[in-house]
Write a protein that binds this ligand. Structure first.
Ligand code: PMP
Length: 428
């Protein structure tokens, strides 16, 4: 009989350890903000398939749109016989672009592919090669995106050499002791010691670092980057793969700063559970690559485009941007209450715009010393309580909350109750 235990042993035997899994439980079905495993245990989902499910599991409108597309055709390859859903989706994305002037969009399948292509487009548009990224950043697991990612273990370990022309400067995080002034000084040194700014194609930045620990990029930094870009003819790429589509209380995370990027990479919640990604950019930049230089066999799958069109409707109809803000306020309020209890693991730095909420687990109240072991105990205890909960962060001590924005008040309260119990249970 299929059980979590039997699937775990088959998984270990058949699949390499390089693809790590957070939990030894296996999905049987999922709906809204709930998942059931093959042993029929129910979980409240605070992981959202890593920020993919802002509209929840199997949103009825998304499923209906996919069903309709399945009955028409599933694949022709946009590069061979193109189709309307791809065009309609790009028109809608262009209208959402958070910058003035004309936009164009192109579609791919994964977040890493979107980032790869944003770099290709930026290089083609500027005729320059170098790209500057940030420590703690995560941009994907292909070779170029691993190079852009600002963390060696496990993303670069054993996989070198990495592609050239990539530089990292410190990302400002008060808990880690880095400031915007440190970042700007490092860029100044980089421009003096290693790279002539006239050879820099782009800066790439997550408006809120995701895997790196849910650290918002300070508005002051984004404004300074915009200024440097304008001064030196460099492009600003916002990696919105994790922050996009209402999560941060705006359609795109960078809108919280008012800074206009030149290119945006999107994926995850774009298509509500179907593999789809894209690059939105200023029209003149987007047309720089030669015909045939961009694309991919499955890029912009019609099934995923149909799903994404439904996702955009759901975000508007269900006012998920407003909902993200009210959910975030409620969650932060509850977390602050948990933090005041004296019987939980020590929590600090409750943060995040909209519903992109996180906090750190530290070695004692008032301390800033990360406690990765206690964090692991929290996620393990949460699973036992029936809550899927994700950690992240360069020190593996951040708990992030990525529940669907469609979650009901009742299930949210239930999930927060489970989280509270896990925080107490982990206080070993
Ligand atoms: N960029 C960011 C900001 C991400 O969070 C991720 C995935 N966590 C990626 C890129 C890569 O996306 P994918 O895993 O779909 O390739």
């Amino acid at each position: 009989m299929t059980s979590n235990a039997s699937l775990q042993s088959r998984r270990v035997a058949a699949i390499p350890r390089g693809v790590a899994t957070a939990y030894p439980v296996f999905a049987k079905r999922a709906e809204g903000s709930e998942i059931w495993d093959v042993d029929d245990k129910r979980y409240v989902d605070f992981g959202g398939g890593i920020a993919v499910l802002n509209t929840g599991h199997r949103h009825p409108k998304v499923i209906a749109a996919v069903r309709e597309q399945l009955d028409a055709f599933t694949h022709t390859a946009f590069q061979i016989v193109p189709y309307e859903p791809y065009i309609e989706l790009c028109e809608k994305l262009n209208a959402l672009a958070p910058f003035k002037g004309e936009a164009k969009s192109i579609l791919f399948s994964t977040g890493a592919e979107a980032v790869e292509n944003a770099v290709k487009i930026a290089r083609a548009a500027t005729g320059r090669t170098n790209v500057i990224a940030f420590t703690g950043a995560f941009h994907g697991r292909t070779l170029m995106t691993s190079a852009l990612t600002g963390k060696v273990a496990p993303y670069k370990k054993k996989f070198g050499p990495m592609p050239g022309g990539i530089w990292h400067v410190p990302f400002p995080v008060s808990q880690l002791g880095t400031t915007v002034a440190d970042t700007l000084k490092a860029i100044e040194y980089l421009f003096r010691a290693d790279v002539d700014p006239v050879n820099v194609a782009a800066f790439i930045i997550e408006p809120v670092q995701g895997e790196g620990g849910f650290h918002p990029a300070p508005t002051e930094l984004l404004e300074a980057l915009r200024k440097l870009c304008d001064q030196h003819g460099i492009l600003l790429i916002a990696d919105e793969v994790q922050t996009g589509f209402a999560r941060t209380g705006k359609m795109f995370g960078i809108e919280n700063s008012g800074v206009e990027p030149d290119l945006l990479t999107i994926a995850k919640s774009l298509a509500g559970g179907f593999p789809l990604s894209g690059v939105i950019g200023r029209a003149e930049i987007m047309d720089a690559a030669e015909p045939g230089g961009l694309g991919g066999t499955y890029a912009g799958s019609p099934i995923a485009c149909a799903a994404a069109l439904a996702v955009l409707d759901v975000i508007a109809e269900e006012k998920l941007i407003d909902r993200a803000n009210s959910l975030g306020d409620r969650i932060k309020g509850e977390l602050a209450r948990f933090a005041r209890r004296n019987d939980t693991v020590a929590m600090s730095a409750i943060r995040g715009p909209g519903a992109m909420v996180a906090f750190d687990i530290v070695k004692g109240r008032g301390s800033e010393e990360p406690d990765a072991d206690a964090t692991k105990r929290v996620t393990t205890a949460a699973l036992a309580e029936g809550l899927v909960l994700l950690s992240c962060g360069v020190n593996a001590n951040t708990i992030r909350i990525l529940m669907p924005l469609t979650i009901s008040d009742e299930i949210l309260a239930e999930g927060l109750g489970k989280l509270e119990k896990a925080l107490v249970a982990a206080n070993a």
